[in-house]
Ligand binder design. Sequence first.
Ligand code: SF4
Length: 401
Amino acid sequence: MAATQPLIFRKGLDMKEAVAAELAAAYDSKIVDDVRAGDFTFTSGRLTVHLAREFGFCYGVDRAVDYAYQARRRFPGQNVFLTGEIIHNPHVNDRLREAGIRFLSDPGERRESLGRDDVVILPAFGVTVSEMAQLTSQGCTLVDTTCGSVLNVWKNVVRYAQDGYTAIIHGKVKHEETRATASQALRYPKGRYLVLLDRAEAAAVCDYIRDGGDPAQFLARFGASASPGFDPDRDLDRVGCANQTTMLMSESLEIGEMFRAAMLARYGPDRLAHHFRAFDTICSATQERQDAVIALLGERRVDSMIVIGGYNSSNTCNLARICADHAPTFHIADPGCLVSKDEIRHRPVGPPSTSAGREEISRGWLSADGPIVIGLTAGASTPNNIVGHVIRRLEEFCREG
Ligand code: SF4
């Protein structure tokens, strides 16, 4: 007997209106709406807050959270699971748990016991090819919220694999999205990938392309970030660039240019197209948030910047990196990090290779008197109600004097 095909929802579950009020109550913010309407500036006493013109929930996260609530409403008598965090925001994940959605990444949950009566939500950053195959074979009903911008990256990585190009992926090798993207390369026999974190790693690989080197040394450094059986002498002959959608876009573009230059030096202009490919896999929401803080910092004088978002949120960390080049910057996870007008808990800002996600406390972060101007932005996984709480807390501290 042929196996039953699982049901896969990719375009919502016809419950949008039914969950709209619940979503608004959980994540909207009146004060944020007012600040938007007031040219993105909030003033109260000696405090001025300039909000970036693009911040917070992106279209992919908005849709994923919406579908999760729709799924819970659509299947009231069934177990509804998420494969892991839906997005990198503890507040949103906690709310989903409260709504009765279970996390397969939690201790005690067993993926192997899932079956046809279970509903599984796939996150905005997608899942690996093998995870998808496993869930499909178990017959679970799937709610696939993989973002269109992630699917666009996958499409290009698959094309590289079909045509015999190694996908060079600018990303974090342990990030769910990058693991899912890399797995796409292995769908075809000639598919290979190499994940690179930053310019320094890209420079080392480009040196190898230009000048050659010792494969054993190469693999000692990059073996864990490369596809199984990677051979630098064979697999760096033809490369195509891609990226995790939430990386620092200027760095992704620079890395693409570094590879183009290395291939040009090695093979010359006539053979370049045969050895190098690049497609625009930049996510517009990430780009817009990064552009908006650059614009804010170019147009406004600020005493400091506050960037709100999970410490494991890649796009939030990159917003903080941009801000830190221009002003003292505090990356905070939630409003509770604003402990008092003297004390702030935050994650130190740094390049991905040095950012271990540890939190530290700084004192004297808010001047005790005189005007205070704060710039504010939030990562793509931070809802407006969190941004609103931060503004209220700042107002409270400044009112105290
Ligand atoms: S950051 Fe970009 S790719 Fe990721 S979910 Fe949001 S819109 Fe989609």
